[in-house]
Design a protein around this ligand. Structure first.
Ligand SMILES: [Zn+2]
Length: 108
């Protein structure tokens, strides 16, 4: 991912949906290690901005990984990220990302 692409993600997701952090944000692949091409891996709907702490915990801590799956921060490699919303604990709502750097707030 280029800095320019990451800047677009930050404009869309300016804080961590877990804790609201704005200082240590990193791009997290929602669905990864799949059979998909690198292009599908890096499509905008597959990128969720998280704080570096949560990003690390998802990979190393079973409880954090379960939380991430429940909230759509982490997806199965078979999921289409553009069809899977993620939950934002800061605003208490679900968002659906698209592949044009937009996000839609979903109604309950
Ligand atoms: Zn966080």
């Amino acid at each position: 991912m280029t800095p320019k692409q990451f800047a677009k993600h930050l404009a869309l997701q300016p804080y961590c949906p877990h804790c609201g952090d704005t200082e240590t944000l990193v791009p997290n692949h929602r669905a990864n290690r799949g059979a998909g091409s690198p292009k599908s891996l890096n499509k905008p709907s597959n990128i969720l901005v998280l704080c570096s702490m949560m990003n690390g915990l998802i990979e190393s801590d079973a409880k954090a990984a379960a939380t991430a799956r429940r909230y759509g921060w982490k997806l199965s490699k078979w999921d289409n990220p553009a069809e899977k919303p993620y939950y934002d604990l800061v605003t208490n709502c679900w968002w659906l990302l698209d592949d044009n750097y937009n996000r839609d707030k979903l109604n309950e």
